[in-house]
Unconditional design. Sequence first.
Length: 184
Amino acid sequence: MTQLPFVTRIDTANHTLEGADNFSETRLKDMRSLYSYRNSNEDDATLETIVYRVSRKDVPTEPGELLQCITEILPGDYHGEFFMTKGHGHKQRECTEIYLGIAGYGLVLMQNENEFRFEELLPGRAIYIPGGWNHRTVNIDPQQYLLFYSIWPANSGYDYEAVIKNPFQYRVFRDTQGYRFEER
């Protein structure tokens, strides 16, 4: 259990969570299998492209504690499919999560066993993701990063296998009108 109060701050200039103690970068090579395009001959420089960064404030992973992070999804696409997070569910399926848009324009894709939904993620807009819904975030602005804050129960656990076993019904591609959904 966390013993003392602490403060974090959303650092919009550096796209991080000030006070965070866990930083990660996810590159195309880490999630290539999640995109529709698959080419085993892709050059190494392309696969080293950073798709998103996360800065997280860690707390004990026990009931009553809350994790928080800032995620920055860079602008871009992989063969037309917009940059996105890997997506995940929670091992403790009843756990919820809240996303708050800070900068940029994106979509939060949400899916449970039978239903697909999406919401626009914009600055100042908060999205409540109920327990049992897998979720993925997509940056649909080809020019600007997407920055959002999230908070969730520390004991929820990540379940990345959930989106492998039950892939999202739709993918998001660049289009002349901005973006389009393609059914899997």
